[in-house]
Design a protein around this ligand. Structure first.
Ligand code: ADP
Length: 394
C-alpha cells in the first residue's frame, strides 16, 4: 500500500495512476476485513473481562451492604473497601490488552526466528547440479582476474530477470547493460522500476531467476559472496547506525582500522567537524538508528564508512530527502571525491549526479528503456527527458 502511495506522483506523471485504483481498492478491502476480525476478538475479550470485573465488584458491594445493614462493619471501612474493589480487578481488565501485545510480540518473534534460521547463502540452481566452475578457476584466481590491469574487469548484466514472491512478482524483465571499469553508471527510473533490485543482485543478496551477471569472463556467483562484498562499498539511502560510538560506526567495514584512519575517512566525508562538536567526539555513543544525528549527518557517517573501506566498486543509493543547501553541497562534494577513480553504480536522484555520470541506464517496469549520457538522452526526447523535465527534484 505504501509502495503504491509513494509511487503515486511518478505514476501520475506517467499517466498510469488509474491502473492503481483497483490495487488500492483490493488492498484497502483486505485491510478492512483483517481489522474488523481483529477488532471483533478484541472487543469480545474486553467485554468478557469487563463483565467479570464488574460482576465481582458488584458482589463485593452487595456483601459490604449486607454487613453494613447488620452492623458488622463501620461505614468508613466499608466505603474504603468499596473504593479499592475496582482497583483490585484492574489487572484483570488489563489482561486483554497485555494478551494482545503478547500475541503481536510472539508473531514478530516467529518471523525474526525464521529469518535467523534461514541459511545464509542459497547456492545458485545452476551450481546445485554440480560445480560448473572450470577446475582451474579457484575463487582467488577469479578475484585476481577481477582486479587485473589498471581498470579491472567490466561487470555485465546479460538479459537478467528477477521476480519476487517465488516468481510471481517480476521486478527485472531482461536487463542488459555493462559497467565498464572506473566508470560511473547512474540508474534512473520511476519508483518500482527495478533499480534497487539491480543493486541487490550486484550485492549478491539476490540471484537472477534467469540470465547472468558476469565479472570479466566469469559468473559473479562463482565468486564467494563474502569475498565479493569485501570489494564493494555500499552507501544506502537510509544508512543504519548502530547503538555504538561514532568511531565504531565508521569502523564497521574495517574493525581493526586505527583511529587516525577513521578520522581521515571522516574528514574526507566532511563529517569530522560535526563529530568533534559532539559531547565526546569520536567516542560519543549514537542511539539506535542514529537518534541523535540528523539525516545529513548520518549520510556523512555512511560516506566515511565507504572512504575507510576504500573498495574498488562503489554502490550508492542517493538520498532523496531534502537537505539544507550547505549539507547538500558537503555531501555532493564528498561523493565526488569518493567516486574518483572507482567503478560506481548510483541510484541517482539528483540532476548533478546524472549529469556527471559516464552512462545513464533508464529503467522502467524492469526493462532498460534507454542508455546514454545526459546530453544524448536529453536530445532523444524519450522517457529520460520526461523524467528530467517532469520531476521536481531533477
Ligand atoms: P525501484 O528501486 O526502482 O523503486 P525496486 O527494485 O524496489 O524498484 O522494485 C521493483 C519491483 O519489485 C516493484 O514492483 C516492487 O514492488 C517489487 N519489489 C521490490 N522489493 C520487493 C520485495 N521484497 N518483495 C516483493 N516485491 C518487491
Amino acid at each position: 500500500f505504501l509502495d503504491v502511495l509513494q509511487g503515486l506522483t511518478t505514476l501520475k506523471l506517467f499517466g498510469r495512476s488509474r491502473d492503481q485504483i483497483a490495487i488500492i481498492r483490493r488492498i484497502s478491502e483486505r485491510f478492512r476485513d483483517t481489522t474488523m476480525s481483529v477488532l471483533r476478538v478484541a472487543f469480545l475479550s474486553a467485554l468478557a473481562l469487563e463483565m467479570l470485573a464488574t460482576l465481582s465488584t458488584a458482589i463485593i458491594a452487595v456483601e459490604i451492604g449486607l454487613r453494613l445493614l447488620y452492623g458488622r462493619l463501620d461505614f468508613d471501612e466499608a466505603f474504603f473497601i468499596l473504593i479499592l474493589a475496582p482497583e483490585f480487578y484492574l489487572p484483570l481488565r488489563l489482561l486483554g490488552t497485555r494478551f494482545h501485545a503478547g500475541m503481536s510480540g510472539a508473531a514478530a518473534a516467529e518471523r525474526i526466528f525464521a529469518v535467523l534460521a534461514s541459511p545464509p547463502e542459497s547456492p545458485s540452481p545452476l551450481r546445485r547440479e554440480g560445480d560448473l566452475r572450470p577446475p582451474h578457476l579457484t575463487p582467488s584466481r577469479l578475484l585476481h582476474a577481477m582486479e587485473r590491469g589498471p581498470g579491472g574487469e567490466a561487470i555485465t548484466f546479460h538479459d537478467v530477470h528477477y521476480a519476487y514472491n517465488d516468481g510471481n512478482r517480476p521486478a527485472l524483465r531482461g536487463v542488459t547493460f555493462a559497467i565498464p571499469p572506473r566508470e560511473r553508471i547512474a540508474l534512473v527510473g520511476p519508483s518500482g522500476s527495478g533499480k534497487s533490485t539491480a543493486m541487490q543482485l550486484l550485492l549478491c543478496f539476490l540471484e537472477p531467476t534467469a540470465g547472468r551477471i558476469t565479472v570479466g569472463d566469469h559468473d559473479l556467483y562463482d565468486i564467494p559472496a563474502d569475498e565479493w562484498r569485501a570489494r564493494i562499498a555500499w552507501v544506502p539511502q537510509l544508512p543504519y547506525l548502530f547503538a555504538a560510538s561514532v568511531a565504531e560506526n565508521i569502523r564497521l567495514a574495517c574493525p581493526d582500522a586505527p583511529l587516525d584512519a577513521v578520522i581521515r575517512a571522516a574528514q574526507q566525508a566532511h563529517a569530522d567537524t560535526f563529530i568533534r562538536a559532539l559531547p565526546d567526539g569520536y567516542n560519543t555513543p549514537i542511539g539506535e538508528q542514529g537518534a541523535r544525528l540528523s539525516g545529513g549527518q548520518a549520510q556523512r557517517i555512511a560516506l566515511a564508512r565507504a572512504f575507510l573501506k576504500d573498495a574498488p566498486l562503489l554502490l550508492l543509493d542517493e538520498a532523496t530527502a531534502n537537505l539544507d543547501p550547505d549539507t547538500e553541497a558537503l555531501i555532493q562534494d564528498a561523493i565526488r571525491i569518493l567516486l574518483h577513480d572507482r567503478t560506481a553504480v548510483i541510484i541517482a536522484h539528483r540532476l548533478r549526479t546524472v549529469q556527471d555520470a559516464d552512462q545513464i541506464v533508464v529503467l522502467d517496469q524492469g526493462r532498460v528503456v534507454d542508455t546514454g549520457t545526459h546530453t544524448e538522452l536529453l536530445a532523444r526526447s524519450g522517457p529520460y527527458r520526461r523524467l528530467v523535465t517532469a520531476k521536481e527534484k531533477y
